[in-house]
Design a protein around this ligand. Structure first.
Ligand code: C2E
Ligand code: MG
Ligand code: MG
Ligand code: MG
Length: 283
């Protein structure tokens, strides 16, 4: 490439890059108003106990219904919310709504299940996170054993800070899971000391577990390690019976994925997956 050709390339690519920054800026502005305009809602995906095939939990996943664009994927807007700091109020809304939904279903007499809520890095680094969550649990009178917080490996990089924060969260009585396990930056070192309860095996390993023997080895090793460390283990992204059977053979505790259901809105989740708790007989 000579300088002239290079110049042409730059002129060709610059507008596209500026567009991208402009788009991002626009989305960020729209995101700023999305909470007050009530454009967010939660969908729920069931978590199945493999031993009994019972629904024992649900993961709350955020959806943004943009007035002009329609549904925007979390993969697109979460990073923007994270970079701008908007994830803190948005994340608090998610925590409140997911806990409220869970409590309402308990009050309606359904068999209680747990709700898993994704935390972002920024949220996790908020010094008052445990206070915020404690207030939500207290105001709703929701038993913390029905709340599971999902963090990722990269959030535990600053070991000291992560340890302190996790300790405060565990003192509330909630469950802590490591999401997308196996894809982040972490050493096994921290698994030993961090007060966590569960590993969620990343979808990328589960999805090709039947085709790729390396993936099978990884899933089997994570599952076995979890057992040895007395952690629960959940497989995400289970799409077919063969994968499910493999996970059963490995004694994986729980599974989540399109095989059971895509994430769905609350009303549909209630109809499809919730069961009334047994009435206590008068003694
Ligand atoms: P994640 O927490 O790992 O959530 C699982 C994602 O995998 C969800 O995508 C879910 O729809 C998808 N999934 C579940 N089962 C299957 C399957 O069998 N096959 C395939 N192909 N996909 C499956 P979603 O809802 O688009 O969310 C993407 C990511 O966005 C989440 O990954 C999470 O990191 C983030 N996210 C979503 N909601 C929130 C939130 O409220 N707060 C934060 N901080 N992040 C969120
Ligand atoms: Mg998750
Ligand atoms: Mg995940
Ligand atoms: Mg994932």
């Amino acid at each position: 490439h000579n300088a002239k050709e290079h110049g042409v390339e730059i002129r060709r690519y610059m507008p596209a890059m500026q567009m991208k920054a402009k788009e991002r800026f626009k989305l960020e502005n729209d995101l700023r108003r999305a909470l007050e305009r009530d454009e967010f809602y939660l969908v729920y995906q069931p978590q199945v106990l493999l031993e009994t095939e019972e629904i024992v939990g649900m993961e709350a996943l955020l959806r943004w219904n943009h007035p002009k664009r329609g549904l925007v994927s979390p993969a697109e807007f979460i990073p923007i919310a994270e970079a701008s700091g908007l994830i803190v109020p948005i994340g608090e809304w998610v925590l409140k709504m997911a806990c409220l939904q869970n409590k309402q279903w308990q009050l309606a007499g359904y068999e209680p299940i747990s709700v898993s809520i994704n935390l972002s890095m920024r949220q996790f680094l908020q010094p008052n996170l445990a206070g915020t969550i404690g207030d939500i649990l207290h105001n709703l009178d929701l038993d913390p054993c029905y709340v599971d917080l999902e963090i990722t490996e990269s959030m535990t990089l600053d070991k000291e800070t992560a340890f302190e924060q996790l300790k405060r969260l565990k003192e509330l009585g909630v469950f802590i899971s490591i999401d997308d396990f196996g894809t982040g930056y972490s050493s096994l070192h921290y698994l030993k000391d961090m007060p966590i309860d569960r590993l969620k095996i990343d979808r990328s390993f589960v999805s090709e577990v039947m085709e790729d023997s390396n993936n099978a080895a990884i899933v089997s090793t994570i599952t076995s390690m979890a057992h040895h460390l007395k952690l629960k283990v959940t497989a995400e992204g289970v799409e077919n019976k063969e994968q499910l059977e493999f996970l059963r053979q490995q004694h994986c505790h729980e599974a989540q994925g399109f095989l059971f259901s895509k994430p769905i809105e609350a009303a549909e989740f209630e109809r499809s997956f919730l069961r009334k708790a047994m009435q206590k007989l008068p003694s």
